[in-house]
Write a protein that binds this ligand. Structure first.
Ligand code: GTP
Length: 307
């Protein structure tokens, strides 16, 4: 279901909300991507030009930003959580824990809200609907750190893998790199969002669209903060001495397809999977743990005769 269909069904009362997080090594263009996606400078540029700062260990600063954007003529509230600086430290375990902790905290908040006798009608559901995982355009294969992090996160969030700065690879290198990444993803059993569909229930068009999107994984992303004049038209692009890489040109990268997936075609599916599968699994894990604890406590009380 597309965004307008969905808005129509909801009566278009509340601004539609979508929450995403961008994760990946420092300098891969995450902030630039977010600015490109929102069509405005929502994340300011970080000053990293001082070489003396390079050796200083940076802690990850999780940074949620909410913007109102218009998609298909509809206003929507988009929250993007940027994770600047990830991968700068030799030991990334605290960074991993922080990202996972952030995602789980949003589940905990909703769980706490749901258990209240009187619920807050203004409660903000900040659960993350999709995580864009930025992969360094090495042209080789997935790094250990990517495998480990995606594996740990995939039980909690829909992951869409992306090749960052895709303009640094030739078309052949990019195609081979994409193939190797997907082989690694399958080999290591990493669950990514792969445009699931039920061939029996879906119409032919939906099946075809999902198969095509699946074949694009991981999405090749190019971002730019600049608009360049190309044949009299101002377009978001990156200017090089040999030519221009157009962000929205499907021959140059998959940005436009990814944008459509996130803000229109698959937004509802990502939200439903988050609620029905990922949150539900988290909720039952958490509640069974609490139940187990309560049973143990009760057994202890029986033993010492206090019951
Ligand atoms: N070639 C190329 N460069 C890019 C692209 N996107 C961003 N850059 C450049 O890469 C540098 C880092 O971009 P950022 O957006 O700050 O990267 P980041 O991942 O947010 O970095 P951290 O905040 O350190 O995590 C900037 O100089 C950008 O202009 C891209 O698609 N292709």
């Amino acid at each position: 279901m597309s965004l307008p269909d969905f808005r129509q069904r909801r009566g278009g009362k509340k601004a539609f909300q979508f929450n995403m997080i961008v994760v990946g090594a420092s300098g891969l263009g995450k902030s630039t991507f977010v600015n490109t996606l929102c069509g405005q400078q929502v994340i300011p540029r970080r000053a990293v030009d001082d070489p003396s700062q390079c050796a200083i260990e940076k802690t990850i600063a999780i940074n949620p930003i909410t913007v109102e954007i218009e998609e298909d003529g509809m206003k929507m509230q988009l929250t993007v959580v940027d994770t600047p600086g990830f991968g700068d430290n030799i030991d990334n375990s605290s960074n991993f824990a922080e990202i996972l902790g952030y995602i789980e905290r949003q589940y905990d908040d909703l769980l706490a809200e749901e258990s209240k006798i009187k619920r807050n009608p203004k409660f903000n559901d900040n659960r993350i609907h999709v995580l864009l995982y930025f992969i360094q355009p090495t042209g080789h294969s997935l790094r250990e750190i990517d495998i480990e992090l995606m594996k740990r996160l995939s039980a909690r969030v829909n992951i869409i893998p992306c090749v960052a700065k895709a303009d640094s690879l030739t078309p052949k290198e990019l195609a081979d790199f994409k193939k190797r990444i997907m082989e690694d993803i399958r080999y290591y059993g990493i669950q990514v969002y792969d445009f699931p569909f039920d061939e029996e229930d879906e119409d032919e068009e939906t099946v075809e669209e999902n198969m095509e999107l699946r074949s694009l994984l991981p999405f090749a992303v190019v971002g730019s903060d600049e608009e360049i004049n190309v044949n009299g038209r101002l377009i978001r692009a990156r200017q090089y001495p040999w030519g221009v890489v157009e962000v929205e040109n499907l021959k140059h990268c998959d940005f436009a397809r990814l944008r459509y997936v996130l803000l229109s075609s698959h937004l509802q599916d990502l939200k439903e999977l988050t609620h029905d599968v990922l949150y539900e699994a988290y909720r039952s894990e958490k509640l069974s743990k609490l139940e187990g604890l309560a049973e143990k406590l009760a057994a202890l009380h029986v033993q010492d005769g206090s019951y």
